[in-house]
Ligand binder design. Sequence first.
Ligand code: DGP
Length: 137
Amino acid sequence: MHEKDIFCKIVDGEIPCYKLYEDDDVLAFLDISQVTKGHALVISKRHYENFLSTPKEIMHKVMDVAQRIGQVDIKLLGAEGVNILSNCYPAAGQSVMHFHVHVIPRYKEGEGFEITMKNNAEGLNLPAIAGQIKENL
Ligand code: DGP
């Protein structure tokens, strides 16, 4: 048994949250940091380390709820866009080691949250990289 992380404690009702959705496998609640208004987390109730190590059936259920929350953000919360994000491992910014998907409503460009996608393609051997990934899927 692993030591309970903060999301396991939320699942078990030991830490309160603003709950948005719950079923046997999935829990959704407001992220405490509210990067933007309505910023939500969708998690698996069972402990898995992150997106990459979660069984597909559970991962699909979590993504289904993330999609539905994103649709509500656009329809009813006034968001003009939504970012769906799942950080995997600390190198990618994962701080809670329990599978979760961020649903981040976007109201104005740059408001509270920014992803900068720089073009770093120069000098990379793209056919070799594509081949390595493709051959191992
Ligand atoms: P990440 O960096 O991707 O591992 O995101 C973890 C998120 O979890 C971060 O945005 C803040 C949120 N968080 C951490 N502790 C709590 C908590 O006790 N309650 C809630 N609602 N959110 C939390």
